[in-house]
Ligand binder design. Structure first.
Ligand code: TXA
Ligand code: MG
Length: 335
């Protein structure tokens, strides 16, 4: 299949492709997604094939306007309050489906479905013109870091999907926060740019973070079906390190290692340009750069190990460390 590159002002072509059951990669503020008509099972099956995604890992549905929800799911007052504050934006909300209204292929056989309304005008206009919600998993090959540029999508998906809409690099850099609103206690299944504290403020109740090891016993927390699969993992070895250990790290680094770190840490290490990837000066810039750096060094033949600096474990730092933990298989540099 020849993959078209579409720019943001040719949304018409993209929506035509969606309507005719094809797969189109689309930009969001978090990462790029793989779109297909969520009401067309044949189109949805193409997404699973392009990603190489296991069939029991459900897809999120991406919408352009809140009123698209009522055909598919039961919207509670609490869920609505989250939508009003955080949509458009980096929050995916899991809700109970109206029986028979969402394809089992999308939900992986669950009685719940995940919805997101992304903060990207091009994509929302494409969804409006298509007239249907689209499925929206990240546009990477299953198990690899999510794409934050159209070039990353091209790397993984060329020849496998009909088109890629290029709207430049994404802003957040990691996938949305996933919150399960189907039980009595709202539960974060994946940390992202919308934080536990922000969610608690809006809901006025306690929110459990199922991904934090200290929150609750392992056997009682609900899990996103995708959690059991390996994620964000380059082929190269990834090792996380604490900035306090920078000088010990310097002693073991060879020319086959690369380091992704904040500028202050890179200064201490004083390595060659080819070996260093700047994560900037803030947790926000680090998060934005994480997947791009991992993807870059994964394709560098001379590099064998990628060391990545952890961020302080608060707010967005939790999302950064969660993705880095997965990319590294929780492998830490200990001095
Ligand atoms: O930022 C994002 O959310 C990106 C952009 C493209 O919108 N999308 C994304 O989708 O990250 P995906 O499919 O790569 O990750 C969605 C996660 C998966 O781990 C999946 O298992 C989980 O959400 N999920 C989807 N439906 C679910 C459900 N009904 N119950 C529990 N978890 C669900
Ligand atoms: Mg994904």
């Amino acid at each position: 299949m020849k993959t078209e590159r579409i720019d943001g002002d040719n949304i018409h072509l993209a929506s035509q492709l969606i309507k005719s059951g094809e797969v189109v990669a689309f930009p969001t503020e978090t990462v790029y997604g793989l779109g297909a008509d969520a009401t067309n099972e044949e189109a949805v099956s193409k997404v699973f094939i392009a990603k190489g995604r296991p069939a029991d890992n459900p897809l999120i549905m991406t919408i352009a306007d809140i009123d698209q929800l009522e055909d598919f799911v039961v919207v509670t007052d609490a869920a609505l309050s989250l939508m009003k504050v955080f949509w458009p934006g980096s929050l995916t909300i899991i809700l109970p489906i109206k029986t028979g209204q969402v394809s089992m292929m999308v939900t992986g056989g669950l009685q719940t479905a995940a919805f997101r309304l992304p903060a990207n005008d091009v994509t929302r206009e494409m969804i409006r013109q298509s007239g249907v919600p689209i499925v929206g998993p990240s546009a990477n090959t299953s198990g690899k870091p999510s794409p934050t540029t159209a070039q990353h999508v091209w790397h993984d998906m060329q020849g496998k999907i009909a088109a890629i809409i290029d709207d430049g690099p994404t802003q957040v850099g990691v996938e949305s926060t996933v919150i399960d609103m189907t039980n009595d206690t709202p539960t974060i299944l994946r940390p992202g740019a919308v934080t536990q504290q922000q969610l608690e403020e809006v809901l006025g109740t306690k929110v459990i973070d199922a991904t934090s090891t200290t929150s609750v016993a392992d056997n009682v927390i609900p899990k996103a079906p995708g959690m059991k699969y390996r994620h964000y993992a380059p082929d190269k070895q990834v090792i996380m390190f604490d900035s306090l250990d920078a000088l010990s790290l310097k002693e073991v680094i060879t020319s086959h290692d690369a380091v992704m770190a904040q500028d202050s840490t890179l200064k201490k290490l004083a390595l060659s340009i080819q070996q260093t990837w700047s994560l900037g000066c803030t947790t926000m810039s680090a998060t934005e750069q994480l997947f791009a750096g991992l993807r870059f060094y994964d394709d560098e033949p001379d590099i064998q190990t990628i060391y990545v600096e952890k961020m302080p474990a608060i707010g967005l730092g939790k999302a950064f460390n969660n993705r880095l933990g997965k990319a590294s298989g929780n492998h830490e540099f200990l001095n």
